[in-house]
Design a protein around this ligand. Sequence first.
Ligand code: ZN
Length: 350
Amino acid sequence: MTDTMKALAKMRPEVGLELIDAPIPVAGPEDVLIRVHRTAVCGTDIHIWNWDEWSQKNVPTPMITGHEFSGEIVAIGSDVNRPLKIGQRVSAEGHVIDLNSEAARAGHFHLDPHTRGIGVNRQGAFAEFVVAPAFNVIELPDDVSYEVAAMLDPFGNAVHTAQQFDLLGEDVLVTGAGPIGMMAAAVARHAGARTVVLTDINDFRLELAQKVAPGVRTVNTTKEDLRDVMKELGLKVGFDVALEMSGSPIAFKQCVDTLIMGGGMALLGIPSKPMETDWGAIILKALTIKGVYGREMFTTWRKMLGLLKAGLDLEPLITHRLSYADYREGFDAMRSGQSGKVILDWDKAA
Ligand code: ZN
């Protein structure tokens, strides 16, 4: 083992990422060092690539990006008291928290206000090696591939959003067919929803969604009227639950308009700027609105692995499998909107 590794980093406060040689990080006493095998590119990584307003405010440079990953443990810190082993196949929760915060001590690990993100404000996983706190490590079952394991982080967002309301036997609207929206639709199906409708304005993604979430009724809202689809599906009044994954003000309004009285709405999509909302409609419909952040540590993870075991298949979501050296192609695909998940392989260069 040499002491340098390949990594994809934001070296300067400007657009793009560079492939660099970086020192292999060293695990602290409570950390593990992980040899990364696969990573997935997230919308967050695109924000960082584009160096938008959010990134400029939140991402210090130089920074190795990437937080969706899988690999094997190659070193364990001296104070780690979890039964982890060298060679163990793992992924990790990318939100690193302060275990002494009030939220953490109350058992609400995902609500620690001082959360730091792997690949956002601490060195990330687009690299041959990454360090993570042992607390964050998720042991992988043998039948979960490294590729699928690299997508557990966003799958966790989907499951966490779907966890907010009871979906059993209910009519569920999912707005936004990005990877997390597709996964949320698949989860709603597995959770026993009566109908699941998934909306977007991107036909490529709606077609892909048919493979990721079979049995879901997809709707391109620029071509079809959601009201007509509701009629076709026998929805007399409206949806019971809406999962808003797009951040689009139009989609938000569609959720409010089509929910039943007393319906529930979980919000994961982040609007790009403050948006006008018809609060009167929300109040008079007695809607419950929940913001969703991250994943519950570690209830959501348990449910995710349970869903995979129960047959929910994430593989159809992968549209690109590339060597890390071809990262530009992967980022271009993500930015084009003509992709599902892009997987980067860190085992070998092309
Ligand atoms: Zn992500």
